[in-house]
Design a protein around this ligand. Structure first.
Ligand code: SAM
Ligand code: GLN
Length: 279
């Protein structure tokens, strides 16, 4: 069987099940299975597939996609900040929006020569790893309540010298930090059921559920986090609801933070909020 024949079969099955971008998805799968670039797949339609295991694996991937599983879990990776991050069902798939959070954090680290950073709820490790790669001299601790998530993060961070701790927020953390960064679970509990099927049926619920008002983790991280901040230290968060800006401004101000700023993403949506402790 040739690559072209297998691709056509895959595209047809996906189309028949109303899956978006059937050609692209099929090409991504073949590229992953054959460890070749997408360009190579497109340029070599007559390549003979002699190993039946390849065909079986491709058909398995197509079936998993038809069952609703996100492509990233099927191929086990996601590109984030130009880094290939391994993912599995124990970690949230890093989102492109989170690259804005990382970019703003790197700016503040460089501008203020910050030295110690903690990433709360690191999941796949995407945030901590991207920061450490851009600012290798900083000391970075990354925490998560899920041991299974931390296994993935550790694998992703090999050779990078990131200190991982399995704990509930700061419970188990020692020392003071110049920057606390977090993309905490922030979906309001009642909104979880409105999430797309591929999110709600496959991604870990404890990575998404931000409590009744979606603010549960922000409140705790600001309230407890100030005890872990060095003088003039920063907190930077990803946010997912416009209404959170005003509420977080209040929470920050109540806890003696100042210089509260928010940043918009490419869809002009307020996506990142940052504040400084007791300036
Ligand atoms: N930082 C990753 C990213 O941006 O792609 C993952 C963010 S995900 C939205 C939130 C993470 O917080 C999950 O990995 C979850 O396991 C973790 N988490 C949930 N409750 C926590 C807690 N009480 N203490 C520490 N981490 C927690
Ligand atoms: N951005 C994620 C989503 O919409 C939610 C991530 C989070 O709760 N921090 O599915």
């Amino acid at each position: 069987m040739t690559l072209r024949e297998l691709l056509i079969q895959g595209i047809k099955k996906l189309k028949d099940s109303n899956i978006n971008n059937p050609q692209l998805v099929s090409e991504i799968f073949l590229s992953d299975i054959l460890s070749k670039s997408k360009e190579w797949i497109i340029a070599n339609p007559d390549f003979e597939l002699k190993d039946s295991k390849i065909i079986d694996k491709f058909n398995e991937f197509i079936q998993r996609k038809i069952n609703g599983e996100p492509v990233e879990y099927i191929i086990g990776k996601k590109e984030f900040f130009s880094i290939n991050i391994k993912v599995n069902k124990n970690v949230l798939i890093p989102r492109p929006e989170t690259e804005i959070l990382v970019e703003k954090a790197i700016n503040v680290i460089k501008k203020n020569s910050l030295k110690k950073v903690i990433d709360i709820g690191t999941g796949s490790g995407a945030i901590a790893i991207s920061i450490k790669k851009e600012a290798p001299d900083i000391e970075i601790i990354a925490t998560d309540i899920s041991l299974d998530a931390l296994k993935v993060a550790k694998e992703n961070s090999k050779n990078l010298n990131i200190n991982f701790i399995c704990c509930d927020l700061f419970n188990g953390v020692k020392g003071k930090f110049d920057l606390i960064i977090s993309n905490p679970p922030y979906i309001k509990t009642r909104d979880l059921k409105k999430l797309p099927d591929k999110v709600k049926n496959f991604e870990p619920i404890n990575a998404l559920d931000g409590g009744e008002d979606g603010l549960k983790y922000y409140k705790k991280i600001v309230g407890e986090g100030k005890n872990y901040l060095s003088k003039n230290g920063f907190i930077i968060f990803e946010i997912g609801y416009i209404s959170v800006v005003k509420k977080l401004e209040k929470i920050f101000a109540y806890n003696n933070f100042c210089d509260i700023k928010f940043f918009r993403d490419y869809s002009n949506f307020p996506r990142v909020i940052m504040a400084r402790y007791k300036c």
